[in-house]
Design a protein around this ligand. Structure first.
Ligand SMILES: [Zn+2]
Ligand SMILES: [Zn+2]
Length: 197
């Protein structure tokens, strides 16, 4: 599933609104995958370390990265550093290689002055931005040459340590809720989940 148009609709549905930054993440994610020569992660073949944070325009970008790469919070093959940057490292966990990608500063600066962001600064919700404001920006994000906005680093070795999956769970002796055994702690002869500990 590397087709940008197919990913675009899936991404917008998942993301919740149409905006320029989610597709930017799609393109950045696809570029990183191409640099590594990998396909979308079905299980834990890829791992993403995103340098985005929260409560800033980078959130949309990360939803694009997740959609493109298949690195998701459910599968836990993703983490955030909260550096509040438009940057990420994609790791090929099978071949132990990685690539770091970031937005070119002059592009990021222009983007944060776009009519879309101007309306957002004024308090408009992203879904309230008129389609005629969004259309040219979206068109640009989808069609501009990669070199205009992406800085793709070299592919380098990355010593990724895979954690084995845990398949065994047991009820907590206090609340009775099923908890995976690696989070059950023995205390005074009882096995307790983190909330009851
Ligand atoms: Zn968005
Ligand atoms: Zn409990």
């Amino acid at each position: 599933m590397n087709d940008l148009n197919e990913l675009l609709e899936i991404g917008f549905k998942f993301h919740g609104h149409r905006c320029p930054a989610m597709p930017l993440g799609l393109r950045a994610g696809l570029a990183a995958m191409r640099a590594l020569g990998v396909k979308r992660s079905q299980a834990h073949e890829l791992h993403l370390i995103s340098e985005t944070g929260k409560a800033h325009a980078g959130g949309c970008f990360l939803d694009g990265l997740m959609t493109a790469t298949g690195c998701t919070y459910g599968k836990s093959n993703i983490e955030k550093t909260y550096y509040n940057k438009f940057a990420f490292t994609l790791i090929d966990t099978e071949n132990k290689k990685s690539v770091r990608v970031h937005l070119k500063p002059d592009f990021a600066e222009t983007m944060l002055q776009s009519p879309f962001v101007k309306l957002r600064r004024q308090g408009k919700k992203p879904q309230e931005v008129p389609p005629d404001v969004l259309a040219p920006l979206l068109d640009n994000v989808l069609n501009m040459p990669e070199n205009n906005f992406l800085e793709i680093g070299p592919v380098v070795d990355y010593d990724f340590k895979k954690k084995p999956s845990v398949f065994d769970a047991a009820p907590c002796d206090n609340c009775g809720e099923t908890t995976f055994v690696d989070k059950l702690t023995s205390k005074d002869g009882k096995l307790l989940c983190p909330s009851c500990l």
